[in-house]
Ligand binder design. Structure first.
Ligand code: SF4
Length: 262
């Protein structure tokens, strides 16, 4: 049985967006739940597409992707939350005992005890719901510390360092090499605000992934004469591991890089 993670491993991981999803990861979750055909990936070989399409056609449509299973297991935890307290802890709007409204990556979501819907009244792809649920269920998240740290300084991040560098920071750096203006436009499109933080970067923008989940992007453009490649640093608040688990921090970073470069 191919899960979304299995499918993701086979994709090119370029986050090119041609399939209509900002990230390969998001596309994999759609394919796993049959919301998109594997043929929509523009960068997979014809042979690989055919082999995968045949394999998927033979397996039942699972309520069964890892994300759907994770969603099902998270729902009782969310239903048991005191929404008034949760809303005040994470900076969401308390609409009523069974409903809160939360801004996530610049988009509004309405969360009830049963499900999450976006501004168009549709359920988002499962991994977006899981990221939101995981954030909601963190116990007692503190206010942001105001202190920035690198991903490798987040406790227990060691095993994910390469994924963060390769799938998040390098994706952004490569895409915007020689194009600071393009990077600035992408930051503004995603709700970034120019940061006053001092440094020798060429651009710095602050984001709120969640209302109390600040992120600082610093971009250093390439200097060809000095053989200096473009670099991007996505800095996190010192308390980030109290806003999300490490796996979710990486998935969210990948989603952000996909949207920046889409
Ligand atoms: S088309 Fe979609 S799945 Fe294929 S590489 Fe591009 S973003 Fe990834």
């Amino acid at each position: 049985m191919k899960t979304a993670v299995d499918i993701y491993k086979l994709l090119p991981k370029t986050n090119c967006g041609t399939c209509g999803m900002p990230t390969c990861f998001g596309f994999a979750t759609k394919v796993a739940s049959r919301m998109a055909p594997i043929t929509a990936c523009a960068n997979l070989s014809a042979e690989a597409k055919m082999a995968l399409a045949e394999e998927l056609a033979e397996q039942p449509v699972a309520r069964g992707t890892v994300y759907e299973q994770a969603l099902i297991s998270l729902r009782p935890k969310i239903a048991a939350l005191d929404f008034a307290k949760t809303a005040s802890l994470i900076g969401a709007d308390f609409i009523g005992p069974d409903t809160i409204e939360l801004t996530f990556l610049g988009d509004k979501y309405r969360i009830t005890k049963e499900r999450i819907i976006d501004k168009d009244g549709k359920e988002p792809v499962p991994f977006i719901s899981i990221l939101i649920y995981n954030h909601l269920s963190m116990p007692d998240p503190p206010a942001p510390s105001g202190e920035w740290i690198t991903f490798s300084s987040v406790p227990a991040s060691h095993a994910k360092d390469k994924a963060w560098a390769g799938h998040v920071e390098e994706v952004i750096a490569r895409h915007f090499t020689g194009d600071v203006e393009g990077l600035e436009k992408a930051c503004e499109r995603l709700g970034g605000v120019q940061s006053a933080v001092k440094g020798n970067h060429d651009a710095a923008y602050e984001f709120r992934f969640f209302p109390r989940y600040p992120v600082l992007l610093q971009f250093y453009d390439a200097v060809p004469d000095e053989d200096f490649p473009a670099q991007c640093k996505l800095l996190l608040d010192k308390h980030v591991n109290r806003y999300l688990d490490i796996e979710s921090i990486v998935v969210l970073g990948e989603e952000f890089a996909g949207r920046m470069t889409a």
